[in-house]
Design a protein around this ligand. Structure first.
Ligand code: ZN
Length: 308
């Protein structure tokens, strides 16, 4: 199979997925700095905030303040997560460029994440999708635990196809298949992308959101890239987790992903040196080494040219 090498858009989710389960609460000022630094690194999208109830996810409080105070870079789309009408209203008022709806592929996990059934979640989104589209903002859908659930185990592809179609019908332009708990393997990733891609409109972009919980995250990203996804989520330094999934660990590190994609011949638009300096800046907030490896090893072949 001859896969044409092409652009893959990168969305850095560190300010949202990366920080939402950290035990040390990042101050609004620190979150604004992180977003501003990322916006200078060439990533074209940043998942900046989540419009959830701060009583449930206190790490994501002050979303409006964050959106108001960041230095908006016109080359960057700022993404906000919304789980209900109140979230959507807040997101649109706060001026996000893209609203992401999230549903989890299994009943048990969706109930824990959203507090309601999958059917109720999707019915709610159907009612409010029009608000996003009317305001000319991009709507996208994220399907959590698309490759496996910590409570129910394997997830059948038909379920993902069904949810993808529902998102597509309500006007979503993109669909992310999220390996929330890092359970996927590369063959599964390629297969699911192929199945979903063949069942939804060709105008809908498919992307992946990968966690490296079982060290398959980068192999999965390579599989996704070669299967034709147009965008990928990752978090600088590899920070992250999920407050509702037991033992969830970080997203794949953005700088490691961009390094791998670059050396595979894909274009991400990311300035790797600058992104590495954001990773190093982020590291200073943590007592243990972050999962990102390229910031420890250096870029290749660049390191070969440096005098020891
Ligand atoms: Zn995640």
């Amino acid at each position: 199979m001859n896969i044409e090498k092409k652009n893959i858009e990168i969305c850095d989710v560190a300010p949202r997925d990366g920080l939402q389960s950290q035990s040390r609460m990042w101050s609004p000022d620190e979150r604004i700095k992180l977003i501003n630094k990322l916006s200078e690194s060439g990533v074209s999208r940043i998942e900046a905030v989540s419009f959830v109830n701060p009583k449930i996810v206190p790490q994501m409080a002050d979303a409006e303040l964050i959106m108001q105070e960041i230095d908006r870079n016109k080359n960057v789309d700022y993404v906000g997560l919304a789980l209900n009408l109140r979230g959507v209203t807040r997101a649109l008022e706060a001026g996000v460029d893209e609203v992401r709806f999230v549903v989890v592929a299994t009943e048990t996990f969706n109930q824990k994440n959203q507090g309601v059934s999958i059917e109720t979640t999707m019915a709610g989104y159907r009612e409010i999708a029009g608000e996003v589209i009317q305001s000319k903002k991009k709507l996208s859908g994220v399907i959590g635990a698309a490759f496996g659930c910590p409570f129910e185990g394997n997830v059948i592809p038909e379920k993902i196809v069904e949810l993808s179609k529902q998102f597509s019908d309500m006007g979503a332009k993109e669909i992310s298949l999220a390996d929330t708990i890092g359970a996927a393997v590369p063959t599964q990733v390629s297969e699911l992308i192929k199945i979903v891609g063949s069942k939804i409109s060709g105008e809908i972009c498919l992307g992946v959101h990968l966690h490296n919980t079982r060290n398959t995250g980068f192999a999965n990203a390579a599989a996704a890239a070669l299967s034709g996804v147009t965008y990928m989520d990752a978090s600088v330094g590899g920070i992250g987790g999920c407050p509702f999934a037991p033992r969830a660990t970080g997203n794949i590190a953005t700088e490691d992903l961009c390094f791998m994609l670059r050396n595979m011949g894909f274009e991400t638009g990311v300035k790797l040196e600058e992104l590495l300096s954001v990773a190093e800046w982020t590291q200073d907030f943590f007592e243990i080494p972050l999962p990102g490896q390229v910031m420890k090893a250096g870029l290749f072949p660049e390191v070969a040219n440096q005098k020891a």
